[in-house]
Design a protein around this ligand. Structure first.
Ligand code: SAM
Length: 310
């Protein structure tokens, strides 16, 4: 990330959700009426174009041509995660933790989320920008949302979360969307170990990229333009996992893999037949894991004890 600035990729995701919201309600894959409020220059310009008749269609077409698969992958995963959070709420989760929240608006647009404790955790630069925008939109801010400013590469998540009132004993849904690929292996490891301390039966939903995108980028459609934009934003991909190793990788950290879907699969789930024409971003994956019970005595507490799995 560029020091002192909100994450550009977080804003870009808000742009994709905004362009989806510009469709008629019956055609939308995801529904995020707040996303547009988080856009700054130059994304606001895109929204100016989208306001002209035919402009939103043109903007979506242009983005898909230049960065194939990114927009459709973000839109479909937003819906997938909304559905999974709704299902978790029905099962009675008591807390939602959003790690690397960016401009995620679930705490403000999903009424049932507003009824439980939500912790928005993010880098101070992105969170500062979000809080400034939110305070001009919602007054007062919802009481049950707590903001936790943390740099996963530097700060101790455990201390920051307990200071914010997070309860390890409460059944929790932890969401870590669009973040692991920007971190170091050590930061991913430490954060996963923190997640595994949640009450048994809690769920962690996180996204990751296939390790091959780091080692063989040319094997994937559209990587050249994608990597050039990420470089410009100061948000290069630095971490990935080989999907076949994911169950072992998680088990070593007290988590049991329940589901692992690639972008082609979750796009097909929500875009239906239209997904057949979508190319790019197939390396992006959404994984759902369950926290398993481990007696405190066998919990591996430090980064030093982990194996290099990626
Ligand atoms: C691609 S955005 C994802 C935002 C949101 N979860 C979404 O899916 O739209 C990446 C997020 O990771 C956060 N992030 C990146 N590096 C971080 C770090 N070292 N510590 C804390 N947050 C970080 C950024 O601030 C940003 O909010």
């Amino acid at each position: 990330m560029r020091a002192g600035y909100a994450s550009r990729t977080a804003e870009q995701n808000a742009l994709f959700r905004t362009l989806e919201f510009a469709r008629p309600a019956s055609q939308r894959v995801c529904d995020d009426p707040l996303a547009r409020r988080f856009l700054a220059w130059p994304f606001r310009l895109v929204m100016g174009i989208a306001a002209i008749p035919g402009g939103a269609t043109f903007a979506r077409w242009y983005i898909d041509r230049r960065w194939p698969g990114v927009r459709t992958s973000v839109v479909a995963r937003t819906r997938l995660i909304d559905d999974l959070i709704t299902a978790a709420l029905e099962k009675g989760i008591k807390q939602l933790v959003i790690l690397g929240a960016g401009f995620d608006s679930r705490a403000y647009r999903m009424p049932r989320v507003a009824a439980i404790d939500t912790f928005e955790v993010d880098h101070p630069d992105t969170q500062g920008a979000k809080r400034r925008i939110l305070s001009s939109l919602l007054s007062p801010l919802p009481e049950r949302v707590r903001f936790v400013a943390v740099d996963f590469k530097r700060d101790t998540l455990a201390a920051a979360m307990s200071a914010a009132g997070y309860r390890e004993s409460a059944r929790t849904f932890i969401l870590w969307e669009g973040v692991t690929n920007y971190l170091t292996e050590a930061a991913v490891d430490t954060t996963l170990r923190w997640c595994s301390r949640a009450s048994p039966g809690s769920r962690l939903l996180f996204t990751y990229v296939h390790r091959d995108i780091l080692t063989r980028p040319s094997a994937f459609v559209g990587t050249k333009n994608l990597f050039a934009s990420l470089e410009k934003a100061g948000e290069r991909f630095t971490f990935g996992i080989e999907p076949s190793r994911l169950p072992t990788f998680l088990a070593a950290r007290g988590l049991s893999l329940e589901n692992d879907l690639g972008a082609a699969a979750y796009r097909e789930r929500y875009f239906g037949d239209r997904a057949r024409r979508m190319r790019g971003h197939e390396f992006y994956r959404v994984a759902l894991a369950r926290v398993v019970y481990r007696p405190a005595s066998i919990r591996a507490p430090t980064w030093c004890s982990t194996r290099r799995e990626t």
